[in-house]
Design a protein around this ligand. Structure first.
Ligand code: 13P
Length: 331
Protein backbone atom coordinates (compact mmCIF):
# COMPACT_ATOMS: atom_id res chain seq x y z
CA UNK A 1 0.00 0.00 0.00
CA UNK A 2 2.96 2.34 0.65
CA UNK A 3 3.71 2.05 -3.03
CA UNK A 4 0.21 3.17 -3.98
CA UNK A 5 0.50 6.21 -1.74
CA UNK A 6 3.86 7.18 -3.18
CA UNK A 7 2.65 6.75 -6.79
CA UNK A 8 -0.46 8.83 -6.00
CA UNK A 9 1.65 11.54 -4.38
CA UNK A 10 4.03 11.71 -7.28
CA UNK A 11 1.08 12.19 -9.67
CA UNK A 12 0.12 15.37 -7.84
CA UNK A 13 3.65 16.67 -7.18
CA UNK A 14 3.75 20.50 -6.91
CA UNK A 15 3.60 22.26 -10.28
CA UNK A 16 2.98 19.05 -12.19
CA UNK A 17 -0.10 17.39 -13.64
CA UNK A 18 -1.30 14.85 -16.15
CA UNK A 19 -1.77 14.73 -19.88
CA UNK A 20 -4.80 12.61 -20.79
CA UNK A 21 -3.61 11.03 -24.06
CA UNK A 22 -6.07 8.17 -23.77
CA UNK A 23 -8.55 8.95 -26.51
CA UNK A 24 -9.97 5.66 -27.82
CA UNK A 25 -9.31 4.92 -31.48
CA UNK A 26 -12.85 6.07 -32.29
CA UNK A 27 -12.39 9.39 -30.44
CA UNK A 28 -8.88 9.94 -31.85
CA UNK A 29 -10.15 9.46 -35.41
CA UNK A 30 -12.96 11.97 -34.81
CA UNK A 31 -10.70 14.44 -33.00
CA UNK A 32 -8.02 14.40 -35.71
CA UNK A 33 -10.63 14.64 -38.48
CA UNK A 34 -11.88 17.86 -36.87
CA UNK A 35 -8.39 19.30 -37.59
CA UNK A 36 -8.45 17.95 -41.16
CA UNK A 37 -6.11 15.06 -40.32
CA UNK A 38 -6.84 11.63 -41.81
CA UNK A 39 -5.95 8.77 -39.53
CA UNK A 40 -4.23 5.45 -39.83
CA UNK A 41 -2.47 3.56 -37.04
CA UNK A 42 0.79 5.30 -38.07
CA UNK A 43 -0.89 8.70 -37.99
CA UNK A 44 -2.18 8.01 -34.49
CA UNK A 45 1.39 7.07 -33.49
CA UNK A 46 2.63 10.41 -34.85
CA UNK A 47 -0.20 12.16 -33.00
CA UNK A 48 0.89 10.61 -29.68
CA UNK A 49 4.57 11.29 -30.44
CA UNK A 50 3.81 14.95 -31.12
CA UNK A 51 2.97 15.31 -27.42
CA UNK A 52 4.92 12.55 -25.67
CA UNK A 53 8.07 13.29 -27.65
CA UNK A 54 8.13 17.02 -26.87
CA UNK A 55 11.48 17.79 -25.20
CA UNK A 56 11.04 19.26 -21.72
CA UNK A 57 7.57 17.90 -20.85
CA UNK A 58 9.06 16.19 -17.81
CA UNK A 59 9.26 19.62 -16.15
CA UNK A 60 5.44 19.82 -16.11
CA UNK A 61 4.02 16.32 -16.47
CA UNK A 62 3.93 13.85 -13.57
CA UNK A 63 2.07 11.28 -15.66
CA UNK A 64 0.41 10.52 -18.96
CA UNK A 65 -2.76 8.46 -19.36
CA UNK A 66 -2.33 6.22 -22.40
CA UNK A 67 -4.71 4.19 -24.54
CA UNK A 68 -4.12 0.49 -25.18
CA UNK A 69 -3.01 0.92 -28.80
CA UNK A 70 -0.27 3.37 -27.70
CA UNK A 71 1.28 0.91 -25.19
CA UNK A 72 2.66 -1.16 -28.05
CA UNK A 73 3.79 1.76 -30.23
CA UNK A 74 7.20 3.46 -30.31
CA UNK A 75 8.07 7.13 -30.40
CA UNK A 76 10.57 8.58 -32.87
CA UNK A 77 13.16 7.87 -30.15
CA UNK A 78 12.59 4.16 -31.00
CA UNK A 79 11.47 3.40 -27.44
CA UNK A 80 8.06 2.00 -26.55
CA UNK A 81 6.00 4.95 -25.30
CA UNK A 82 5.68 3.71 -21.68
CA UNK A 83 9.45 3.11 -21.48
CA UNK A 84 10.22 6.49 -23.02
CA UNK A 85 8.06 8.18 -20.35
CA UNK A 86 9.59 6.18 -17.49
CA UNK A 87 13.10 7.12 -18.68
CA UNK A 88 12.11 10.79 -18.27
CA UNK A 89 10.58 10.32 -14.80
CA UNK A 90 6.96 10.44 -16.02
CA UNK A 91 4.52 7.78 -14.78
CA UNK A 92 2.71 5.95 -17.58
CA UNK A 93 -0.96 5.17 -16.89
CA UNK A 94 -3.64 3.37 -18.86
CA UNK A 95 -7.35 3.92 -19.51
CA UNK A 96 -9.00 0.61 -18.64
CA UNK A 97 -12.71 1.27 -19.07
CA UNK A 98 -14.23 0.21 -22.37
CA UNK A 99 -16.47 3.18 -22.96
CA UNK A 100 -20.10 3.91 -22.22
CA UNK A 101 -23.43 2.40 -23.23
CA UNK A 102 -27.05 3.40 -22.52
CA UNK A 103 -28.10 2.62 -18.96
CA UNK A 104 -30.96 0.08 -19.24
CA UNK A 105 -32.90 1.57 -16.31
CA UNK A 106 -32.80 5.10 -17.74
CA UNK A 107 -31.98 5.21 -21.44
CA UNK A 108 -30.96 8.90 -21.60
CA UNK A 109 -28.09 8.15 -19.23
CA UNK A 110 -24.84 6.27 -19.71
CA UNK A 111 -23.11 3.50 -17.84
CA UNK A 112 -19.46 2.52 -18.26
CA UNK A 113 -18.39 -1.01 -19.14
CA UNK A 114 -15.08 -2.82 -18.78
CA UNK A 115 -15.18 -4.95 -15.63
CA UNK A 116 -15.26 -8.28 -17.47
CA UNK A 117 -11.72 -9.59 -17.90
CA UNK A 118 -10.27 -6.58 -16.06
CA UNK A 119 -7.87 -8.56 -13.78
CA UNK A 120 -6.27 -10.27 -16.80
CA UNK A 121 -5.90 -6.96 -18.66
CA UNK A 122 -4.40 -5.29 -15.58
CA UNK A 123 -1.79 -8.04 -15.28
CA UNK A 124 -0.81 -7.47 -18.92
CA UNK A 125 -0.70 -3.66 -18.54
CA UNK A 126 1.47 -3.87 -15.41
CA UNK A 127 4.13 -5.71 -17.46
CA UNK A 128 4.48 -2.63 -19.70
CA UNK A 129 5.43 -0.49 -16.69
CA UNK A 130 2.12 1.31 -16.11
CA UNK A 131 1.67 2.39 -12.50
CA UNK A 132 -1.83 3.85 -12.59
CA UNK A 133 -5.13 3.50 -14.45
CA UNK A 134 -8.24 5.50 -15.30
CA UNK A 135 -11.97 4.69 -15.46
CA UNK A 136 -14.39 7.33 -16.72
CA UNK A 137 -18.06 7.37 -15.85
CA UNK A 138 -20.39 9.94 -17.39
CA UNK A 139 -23.07 11.81 -15.46
CA UNK A 140 -25.62 13.77 -17.51
CA UNK A 141 -27.52 16.78 -16.20
CA UNK A 142 -30.99 17.41 -17.65
CA UNK A 143 -32.99 20.01 -15.75
CA UNK A 144 -34.04 18.67 -12.36
CA UNK A 145 -34.75 15.16 -13.65
CA UNK A 146 -31.28 13.83 -14.53
CA UNK A 147 -29.02 12.45 -13.25
CA UNK A 148 -31.12 9.70 -11.69
CA UNK A 149 -30.07 8.30 -8.33
CA UNK A 150 -29.78 4.84 -9.97
CA UNK A 151 -27.31 6.04 -12.63
CA UNK A 152 -25.17 7.81 -10.02
CA UNK A 153 -25.21 4.70 -7.85
CA UNK A 154 -24.52 2.13 -10.56
CA UNK A 155 -21.64 4.20 -11.97
CA UNK A 156 -20.23 4.51 -8.42
CA UNK A 157 -20.56 0.76 -7.90
CA UNK A 158 -18.60 0.03 -11.08
CA UNK A 159 -15.97 2.63 -10.20
CA UNK A 160 -15.56 0.92 -6.81
CA UNK A 161 -15.24 -2.59 -8.33
CA UNK A 162 -12.67 -1.20 -10.77
CA UNK A 163 -10.72 0.55 -7.99
CA UNK A 164 -10.62 -2.60 -5.88
CA UNK A 165 -9.19 -4.66 -8.76
CA UNK A 166 -6.63 -2.00 -9.65
CA UNK A 167 -5.35 -1.63 -6.08
CA UNK A 168 -5.08 -5.44 -5.83
CA UNK A 169 -2.92 -5.31 -8.97
CA UNK A 170 -0.61 -2.74 -7.29
CA UNK A 171 -1.64 0.26 -9.37
CA UNK A 172 -3.36 3.54 -8.45
CA UNK A 173 -6.90 3.93 -9.77
CA UNK A 174 -7.96 7.35 -11.06
CA UNK A 175 -11.71 7.62 -10.49
CA UNK A 176 -13.34 9.90 -13.03
CA UNK A 177 -17.07 10.44 -12.66
CA UNK A 178 -17.36 13.21 -15.27
CA UNK A 179 -20.36 15.49 -14.76
CA UNK A 180 -20.88 16.75 -18.32
CA UNK A 181 -20.80 20.41 -19.25
CA UNK A 182 -23.54 19.87 -21.89
CA UNK A 183 -26.90 21.47 -21.22
CA UNK A 184 -28.43 24.70 -19.94
CA UNK A 185 -28.11 24.03 -16.21
CA UNK A 186 -26.89 26.61 -13.71
CA UNK A 187 -23.53 26.53 -11.98
CA UNK A 188 -25.38 25.91 -8.71
CA UNK A 189 -27.02 22.80 -10.22
CA UNK A 190 -23.63 21.55 -11.50
CA UNK A 191 -22.20 22.06 -8.01
CA UNK A 192 -25.02 20.05 -6.41
CA UNK A 193 -24.70 17.22 -8.93
CA UNK A 194 -20.92 17.04 -8.43
CA UNK A 195 -21.38 17.00 -4.65
CA UNK A 196 -24.04 14.26 -4.84
CA UNK A 197 -22.02 12.18 -7.32
CA UNK A 198 -18.87 12.36 -5.21
CA UNK A 199 -20.66 11.74 -1.89
CA UNK A 200 -22.24 8.61 -3.35
CA UNK A 201 -18.92 7.53 -4.84
CA UNK A 202 -17.02 7.75 -1.54
CA UNK A 203 -19.80 5.95 0.36
CA UNK A 204 -19.74 3.10 -2.17
CA UNK A 205 -15.92 2.98 -2.15
CA UNK A 206 -16.07 2.43 1.62
CA UNK A 207 -18.61 -0.36 1.20
CA UNK A 208 -16.18 -2.06 -1.20
CA UNK A 209 -13.25 -1.50 1.21
CA UNK A 210 -11.30 0.53 -1.34
CA UNK A 211 -8.34 2.28 0.32
CA UNK A 212 -9.04 6.03 -0.01
CA UNK A 213 -5.38 6.86 0.47
CA UNK A 214 -4.46 4.98 -2.70
CA UNK A 215 -6.79 6.61 -5.26
CA UNK A 216 -6.81 9.85 -7.25
CA UNK A 217 -10.10 11.61 -7.94
CA UNK A 218 -10.63 13.17 -11.37
CA UNK A 219 -13.54 15.58 -11.53
CA UNK A 220 -15.20 18.26 -13.61
CA UNK A 221 -15.30 21.86 -12.40
CA UNK A 222 -18.67 23.32 -11.36
CA UNK A 223 -19.62 25.36 -14.44
CA UNK A 224 -22.80 26.75 -15.97
CA UNK A 225 -23.95 24.43 -18.82
CA UNK A 226 -22.33 25.08 -22.21
CA UNK A 227 -25.71 25.63 -23.94
CA UNK A 228 -26.49 28.53 -21.61
CA UNK A 229 -25.42 31.99 -22.78
CA UNK A 230 -23.90 32.78 -19.41
CA UNK A 231 -20.15 32.64 -18.74
CA UNK A 232 -18.86 32.09 -15.22
CA UNK A 233 -15.97 34.10 -13.82
CA UNK A 234 -13.00 32.07 -12.56
CA UNK A 235 -13.85 33.21 -9.01
CA UNK A 236 -17.42 31.89 -9.35
CA UNK A 237 -16.16 28.56 -10.68
CA UNK A 238 -13.62 28.35 -7.88
CA UNK A 239 -16.15 29.09 -5.15
CA UNK A 240 -18.65 26.49 -6.38
CA UNK A 241 -16.06 23.81 -7.18
CA UNK A 242 -14.19 24.07 -3.88
CA UNK A 243 -17.49 24.02 -1.95
CA UNK A 244 -18.59 20.80 -3.68
CA UNK A 245 -15.23 19.14 -3.09
CA UNK A 246 -14.99 20.19 0.57
CA UNK A 247 -18.48 18.76 1.17
CA UNK A 248 -17.85 15.39 -0.47
CA UNK A 249 -14.19 14.34 -0.69
CA UNK A 250 -12.52 12.71 2.34
CA UNK A 251 -9.25 14.26 3.48
CA UNK A 252 -7.33 10.98 3.07
CA UNK A 253 -7.63 11.22 -0.72
CA UNK A 254 -4.06 12.08 -1.82
CA UNK A 255 -5.00 14.30 -4.74
CA UNK A 256 -7.68 15.68 -7.03
CA UNK A 257 -7.18 16.34 -10.74
CA UNK A 258 -9.49 18.17 -13.13
CA UNK A 259 -10.63 17.36 -16.65
CA UNK A 260 -11.07 20.25 -19.08
CA UNK A 261 -14.44 19.03 -20.40
CA UNK A 262 -14.72 21.29 -23.44
CA UNK A 263 -13.43 24.53 -21.90
CA UNK A 264 -11.00 26.51 -24.05
CA UNK A 265 -7.31 26.25 -23.09
CA UNK A 266 -7.44 29.74 -21.51
CA UNK A 267 -10.64 29.02 -19.56
CA UNK A 268 -9.29 25.70 -18.26
CA UNK A 269 -6.09 27.48 -17.20
CA UNK A 270 -7.72 30.49 -15.54
CA UNK A 271 -10.33 28.40 -13.76
CA UNK A 272 -7.67 26.02 -12.42
CA UNK A 273 -5.64 28.96 -11.07
CA UNK A 274 -8.69 30.37 -9.28
CA UNK A 275 -9.65 26.95 -7.87
CA UNK A 276 -6.12 26.29 -6.57
CA UNK A 277 -6.07 29.73 -4.92
CA UNK A 278 -9.51 29.29 -3.33
CA UNK A 279 -8.67 25.78 -2.11
CA UNK A 280 -5.56 27.16 -0.44
CA UNK A 281 -7.55 29.97 1.25
CA UNK A 282 -10.12 27.44 2.49
CA UNK A 283 -7.45 25.08 3.83
CA UNK A 284 -8.43 22.24 1.47
CA UNK A 285 -6.45 19.12 2.42
CA UNK A 286 -5.61 17.77 -1.05
CA UNK A 287 -3.21 18.90 -3.79
CA UNK A 288 -5.17 19.89 -6.91
CA UNK A 289 -3.90 19.83 -10.47
CA UNK A 290 -4.79 19.25 -14.12
CA UNK A 291 -5.43 16.08 -16.11
CA UNK A 292 -6.45 17.62 -19.40
CA UNK A 293 -6.81 16.22 -22.89
CA UNK A 294 -8.42 18.87 -25.10
CA UNK A 295 -7.22 22.00 -23.27
CA UNK A 296 -3.60 20.82 -23.52
CA UNK A 297 -3.77 19.55 -27.09
CA UNK A 298 -6.00 22.00 -28.95
CA UNK A 299 -3.48 24.70 -29.85
CA UNK A 300 -0.80 22.23 -30.91
CA UNK A 301 -3.21 20.22 -33.07
CA UNK A 302 -4.39 23.27 -34.96
CA UNK A 303 -0.75 24.11 -35.79
CA UNK A 304 0.35 20.54 -36.57
CA UNK A 305 -2.30 19.58 -39.13
CA UNK A 306 -0.57 16.18 -39.50
CA UNK A 307 2.53 17.67 -41.21
CA UNK A 308 6.12 16.92 -40.17
CA UNK A 309 7.27 20.48 -40.91
CA UNK A 310 4.81 21.84 -38.32
CA UNK A 311 6.00 19.60 -35.46
CA UNK A 312 8.47 22.09 -33.90
CA UNK A 313 5.91 24.95 -33.81
CA UNK A 314 3.15 22.63 -32.53
CA UNK A 315 5.42 21.30 -29.78
CA UNK A 316 6.40 24.85 -28.79
CA UNK A 317 2.68 25.71 -28.40
CA UNK A 318 2.11 22.58 -26.31
CA UNK A 319 5.03 23.40 -24.03
CA UNK A 320 3.83 26.99 -23.67
CA UNK A 321 0.35 25.78 -22.61
CA UNK A 322 1.89 23.27 -20.19
CA UNK A 323 3.88 26.07 -18.56
CA UNK A 324 0.74 28.16 -18.07
CA UNK A 325 -1.32 25.27 -16.70
CA UNK A 326 1.48 24.20 -14.39
CA UNK A 327 1.72 27.77 -13.02
CA UNK A 328 -2.09 27.77 -12.63
CA UNK A 329 -1.98 24.58 -10.54
CA UNK A 330 0.19 26.42 -8.03
CA UNK A 331 -2.59 29.00 -7.60
P1 13P B 1 -10.75 16.62 -21.42
O1 13P B 1 -9.71 17.39 -20.66
O2 13P B 1 -10.69 16.84 -22.90
O3 13P B 1 -12.12 16.78 -20.84
O4 13P B 1 -10.40 15.08 -21.27
C1 13P B 1 -10.03 14.58 -20.03
C2 13P B 1 -10.34 13.15 -19.94
O5 13P B 1 -9.53 12.37 -19.48
C3 13P B 1 -11.67 12.68 -20.37
O6 13P B 1 -11.84 11.33 -20.02
Amino acid sequence: MTDLISIARSLVAPGKGLLAADESTHTAVKRLASYGIETSEEMRRQYRDLFLGTPGVEGYLSGVILYEETLGQKGDDQKLFPKSLIDRGIEPGIKVDQGTEPFPESSDELITSGLIGLPERLAAYAKTGTTFTKWRAVITIEGDTLPSAQAIHENARRLASYAKEVQAAGMVPILEPEVLLDGKHSRERAKEVIRETLSTLFTVLDEHAVDRSGVILKTAMALTGAASQKKDTPEEVAEATVEALMAAVPREVPGIVFLSGGQSPDEATENLAAIAKRAHEKGAPWPLTFSYARALQEEALSIWKGKAENVPAARAAFLERLKKVSAASRG
